[in-house]
Structures are given as C-alpha cells and as structure tokens.
Design a protein around this ligand. Structure first.
Ligand code: SF4
Ligand code: FES
Length: 248
C-alpha cells in the first residue's frame, strides 16, 4: 500500500506545532499501525531527519500508552482496539491518514504525538487504592464472599487501561469515564466500601483541579473506549458522589 501521512509535529511543549506530510509506501496490510510508524521513522532516521515521537509499551492493548488520534478518532477507525492493535488493512491503498496527539488542556503535548497524562496518575493517587492493614492480621480476601454479578461488573470497570481516549474524544475533555471506572472497580467490592466516601470525594476533587471538563452525557467516550467501559459507571460514580456529599 502507498499512503500519505499527515502528522502533527511539535518539537516540545512550548514550540508551535504543525501538520507535516510524509508519503510512505511498501506498507503491508498485515502491519500494525505502530509497525507502519516504525517504518516511517526508519526512513526519517536514514534521511537524517528527526523521527516522530510516539508513546508505546506493551503493543498488545494493555498498557494504554499508544495515544493517537487517527483520522479524527481516538485509536483510529476500528472499535474496541488500541492504536497498537489497529491493522493497516483497515485502510485502503492511496489513503491519506491524519495522525494527531490526544488533545486536552489536562494532557499537554510533550513532543509530536506524546502527551503528558500524569493527571490520570494524580487522580489515581487521590483515592484509587484500598488501604491494607499490614500488621500481620490481614484477612485473606477469599473468605469474603462476593456476588458474581458484582465481581463481573467490578472486573469490567477494572479493565480500563488509562489510555485517555475518553478525554480526547469528549468535546468537553471530560475524564468522567476514566474516573468512574476507577471508582466503580472498588465501590462494587466489599474491600472497597471501607474508604468509599473519601475515595469518590477525593478523586472527583483531583479530577476537577486537573482541568478536565464537565460531562454533558454525549456518550462519545463510551463509543471510543478501547475497553468498552460503560456509561453505567458514570451513573454509579454520580450516585456514590451524592451519597458521600450527603454524609459530609
Ligand atoms: S475509560 Fe476507556 S478510554 Fe477512558 S482511559 Fe479507560 S480504557 Fe481509556
Ligand atoms: S502500546 Fe500498550 S496499549 Fe498500545
């Protein structure tokens, strides 16, 4: 396949960025999107040019690093896949592909397609954990029975990989889907109920202080989420937040 790539190039956080056009050929339909980017970068390096910076780690859909906005969609045109799981067979010979970083005020660009998503880490640090008594009297988790339905829903919420596609897709750059997944994975389990009040209040406070926008229920986040995280989690977080606020 022969393709034309239009890629956002930005030297650093302060520099102005711009779209730069790169023709590329000999792209196999069986390549992953990141393998295609590797080919481009090899060509740029051989020509003495600066390769395109992009994030990646696992290349199997579990680390959430490969944040790219491809033809106007987070992680590209396929559903329920990350950019590293997207294959070039989703495109046609002769296509022009536009590649941009995930854009949000809370995700500043570091270089080219790499953005700083440490805001998500700080939201997690505000409450995305269960405190454990390590004095030697810790109860084994297995003696606490958990309803299968709750366990399944908690697991579904826990599959969020923190990629940020929900934020990049939302016209308000809201992080509600991410934060609600993290709140839900604990709120549904008995182990998470002990700190539930502080958790939801602190995580939402941190989310707001990071500059994410408000949720206006467009549902775009759910459509573009590579892990199929459900809007149901946002409704659950709102209920948790209301209950916690009333408790004071
Ligand atoms: S909710 Fe989905 S889109 Fe948002 S960070 Fe988690 S996995 Fe990514
Ligand atoms: S590189 Fe890990 S999810 Fe894509």
């Amino acid at each position: 396949m022969k393709l034309t790539l239009k890629i956002w190039r930005q030297a650093n956080a302060e520099a102005p960025g711009k779209m730069v056009t790169y023709p590329i050929d000999a792209v196999s339909p069986d390549m992953s999107f990141l393998e295609m980017m590797d080919v481009l970068n090899e060509q740029l390096i051989q020509k003495g040019e600066d390769p395109v910076a992009f994030d990646h780690d696992c290349r199997e859909g579990i680390c959430g690093m490969c944040s790219m906005f491809i033809n106007g969609e987070a992680h590209g045109p396929d559903r329920l896949v990350t950019t590293c799981q997207l294959h070039m067979r989703k495109f046609k010979d002769g296509d022009t592909i536009t590649i941009e970083p995930f854009r949000a005020n809370a995700f500043p660009v570091i270089k080219d397609l790499v953005v700083d998503r440490s805001a998500f880490d700080r939201v997690q640090q505000a409450g995305g954990f269960v405190s454990v008594n390590t004095s030697g009297n810790t109860q084994d988790a297995n003696p606490i029975p958990i309803d299968k339905h709750d366990a399944d829903r908690a697991f579904d919420a826990a599959t969020c990989i923190g990629c940020g596609a929900c934020v990049a897709t939302c016209k308000n750059a809201s992080a509600m889907l991410f934060v609600s997944a993290k709140v839900s994975q604990y709120a549904l389990l008995p182990q998470g109920k002990v700190e539930a009040t502080d958790r939801v209040l602190n995580m939402v406070k941190q989310m707001d202080s990071e500059g994410f926008g408000n949720c206006t229920n467009t549902g775009a986040c759910e459509v573009e989420c590579p892990k199929g995280i459900s809007l149901e989690n946002i409704a659950r977080m709102n209920r948790e937040y209301l209950a916690a606020s009333l408790k004071g």
